[in-house]
Design a protein around this ligand. Structure first.
Ligand code: SIN
Length: 333
């Protein structure tokens, strides 16, 4: 069932029936009859009792968040774009300029890419003048890992295989974790996935973490994904849902170990090269020191932002954050 659904949405020669894809933006729009079928599976999640959290640069106040749960996939929570435009730009720039740098690990093959590209991909991309080579380097980047690195061959995390986990991402994840009552959540491993339009991620479960009960936090930026969430086996029929720019998805409880996949990226987002609307930030906000303040300022500068805007114009980025250790453990066995 899962593989069939994946194929249906992936196949390039056909346009998938997007009416089947859950679109949380339409949940409250009672005027559109078609949406009734969405509503059967999606429910607004009441977060009015969520913990009050301190303001965080680039994130809207809690009272403006809209959260949803999927009734037939208990444990899946979607917070519909709680970021401000400056916030979205900040995380996109971090994922492109900073995270795929040594000592973090990237997928780029040493036989195909020089050390200079493998250690600082975005910088080298910016210096590339040949359009064919530019495209080759750009589309080859598919993932970077930091914190504990997942060993894709052995499928285990090892104590010696770690790079520092960025403090800004730790703070941002813990803000969402705290708001939802996961006070003990510790971001310890991240994979950033890069999806040029046309790329996919096939069905898998995330079960390499010794701690399988902590939730997994997933942040989407750029173009829209069709995301499939299924059950514990490939026999169960998955649900398809749009994940759009800024969306935060939490895989918790029964859904933490379920099959999921990204069969398609759809270009939906407008061009991002324009000036930021009047959105600033308060220089006196003490939470500002949790982020790279210089970058937070610069993403408002159209010239600085242009290359990031060009990338995201036909790509999606996903930041996927997990806790690895069980509570009380200080290292892996
Ligand atoms: C993943 O499962 O690692 C990525 C999911 C996504 O891109 O939304």
């Amino acid at each position: 069932m899962f593989k069939l659904a994946f194929k249906k949405f992936k196949t390039k020669s056909i346009s998938p029936n997007l009416a089947e894809v859950i679109n949380v933006d339409t949940i409250e729009d009672k005027k559109d009859e078609r949406l009734e079928s969405d509503n059967q599976n999606v429910e607004r999640l009441d977060i009015s009792n969520a913990r009050t959290i301190q303001t965080f640069p680039g994130i809207k106040p809690l009272c403006d968040w809209r959260a949803y749960k999927l009734k037939n996939h208990p444990g899946i929570i979607i917070i519909r774009d709680p970021f401000t435009e400056r916030g979205r730009r900040y995380w996109i720039a971090r994922c492109l300029r900073d995270y795929p740098r040594t000592p973090n690990i990237v997928n780029l093959n040493e036989r195909l890419f020089d050390d200079s590209i493998r250690s600082d991909w975005w910088k080298q991309l910016g210096q590339c003048n040949d359009s064919k080579e530019f495209q080759r380097i750009k589309t080859a980047m598919r993932w970077t890992t930091f914190g504990y690195h997942h060993n894709w061959d052995t499928k285990i995390y090892e104590d010696q295989m770690q790079s520092p986990f960025p403090e800004d991402l730790t703070s941002m994840c813990q803000l969402f974790a705290f708001a939802l009552g996961y006070d003990d959540f510790k971001p310890e491993a991240a994979i950033v996935n890069y999806y040029p339009v046309g790329t996919t991620l096939s069905g898998h479960t995330d079960h390499s973490e010794p701690n399988k009960s902590a939730p997994l936090f997933s942040f989407s930026f750029g173009q829209t994904a069709i995301f499939l969430i299924g059950g514990r086996t490939l026999d169960e029929e998955p649900s398809a849902i749009f994940l759009r720019c800024g969306d935060v998805m939490i895989m918790s409880e029964e859904s933490r170990l379920c099959y999921h996949a990204v069969p398609r990226i759809i270009k939906t987002e407008k061009s991002w090269s324009s000036l930021l609307t009047n959105e600033g930030f308060d220089n006196a906000d003490i939470a500002l020191n949790l982020l790279d303040l210089d970058l937070l300022k610069k993403v408002g500068d159209p010239q600085f932002w242009q290359p990031f805007s060009n990338y995201i114009d036909d790509s999606r980025i996903n930041i996927n954050v997990r806790q690895v250790l069980n509570k009380g453990d200080i290292k892996l066995d």
